[in-house]
Design a protein around this ligand. Structure first.
Ligand SMILES: Cc1cc2nc3c(=O)[nH]c(=O)nc-3n(C[C@H](O)[C@H](O)[C@H](O)COP(=O)(O)OP(=O)(O)OC[C@H]3O[C@@H](n4cnc5c(N)ncnc54)[C@H](O)[C@@H]3O)c2cc1C
Length: 293
């Protein structure tokens, strides 16, 4: 990539990776290669890097744990900004600060060790805090929008603190992700005994036992008002439908499993599902997953 030497010289503390494979860094396990990936280790460098990429019109995208994205096949001549080194975690009273790169598992272990409950609904959701906030991840019993008290982000190249209201959380969406990065978040816990937390975590873990195993992005579509996308897909007889290596899970209609296919296979299957559900029910399903880059 033409900018590589210049970027390395300007940002020596950033860890740079060349020929970054989307297939190896996403749960769906397909997609092409990006010419570069960048992992800054502190908030200021993350903000400066994003500002520089923006100012210099260098194509870039953000990646968390890669659990809700479908990366395109082929080559991305640009930079994947990763947040995995932003791992600060501390508690101040009942508030937890977590860097964008803290994983869901690390967040829950920390909360439990500090006697802070209220986050157990995130048990088993593959994510980083940055991706979780961006997608307003959660389950019926709770979402990030219920626990976020503030987000440290980068907007237009500057670090800014967003109140919960500023985040404009809604069903599987927020203001983040479209050029605005999450670099850390303040989350509200509530004092709980280790036993209570462990019991609630076990409850949420058990509730996920039925989810399909294999390479997926979790739910592909947002549930339409008053219904479930998975139920509609099943009702339309689409479970088990296959395009190349992509197949609709026979267990959960809203999951697409990648069995050695390409991103194009997954995309074609998504299009087929949307068309067929629209034809049979009149309902146009909205994608929950995000396309990269
Ligand atoms: C098996 C399985 C089960 C799942 N179950 C659930 C569930 O129960 N509930 C649920 O809500 N989700 C679920 N998901 C989806 C996924 O776990 C969540 O959407 C999660 O929040 C994704 O986080 P991530 O860090 O992987 O983000 P990514 O998938 O890496 O990114 C998602 C989007 O956020 C952007 N992004 C990532 N990090 C940042 C950042 N720091 N700043 C700005 N933008 C950023 C990306 O560009 C992309 O647009 C599941 C997924 C799988 C594979």
């Amino acid at each position: 990539m033409e900018h590589f030497a210049e970027l390395c010289a300007r940002f020596p503390k950033v860890v740079w990776e060349r020929e970054f494979s989307f297939a190896r860094h996403t749960t769906i396990g397909c997609g092409g290669t990006a010419s570069l990936a960048a992992s800054p280790a502190d908030l200021e460098t993350a903000a400066e890097l994003i500002a520089y990429l923006r100012r210099s019109h260098i194509p870039h995208c953000f990646l968390g744990a890669g659990a809700n994205v479908l990366p395109a096949d082929g080559r991305f001549e640009g930079v994947v900004v990763r947040f995995c080194r932003l791992k600060t975690l501390y508690a101040d009273g009942e508030t937890i600060y977590a860097g964008a790169g803290v994983t869901g598992g690390a967040l829950l272990r920390f909360a439990e060790a500090n006697g802070l409950g209220g986050l157990e609904c995130f048990t088993g959701i593959p994510m980083t805090v940055g991706g979780g906030v961006t997608m307003n991840a959660g389950v019926a019993e709770g979402h990030f929008s219920d626990v976020v008290t503030g987000v440290v982000g980068v907007r237009e190249g500057r670090i800014a603190v967003f109140s919960r209201r500023d985040c404009a959380f809604s069903e599987k969406t927020s203001i983040f992700g479209n050029g605005t990065a999450v670099i850390g978040a303040y989350l509200k816990g509530s004092a709980s005994s280790p036993q209570e937390i462990a019991e609630r975590r076990a409850h949420f873990r058990a509730a996920r036992a039925h989810l399909p195993r294999g390479r997926s992005m979790g739910c592909v579509f947002v549930n339409p008002e008053g219904d479930f996308a998975g139920r509609l897909i099943a009702q339309c007889g689409l479970k088990g439908t296959r395009v190349g290596g992509a197949v609709v899970s026979c267990g959960h209609g809203n999951f697409i499993l990648n069995e050695g296919g390409t991103s194009a296979d997954v995309s074609a299957l998504i299009a087929l599902i949307r068309e067929e559900v629209l034809r049979q029910t009149g309902i146009l399903l909205r994608e929950e997953i995000r396309r990269l880059p």
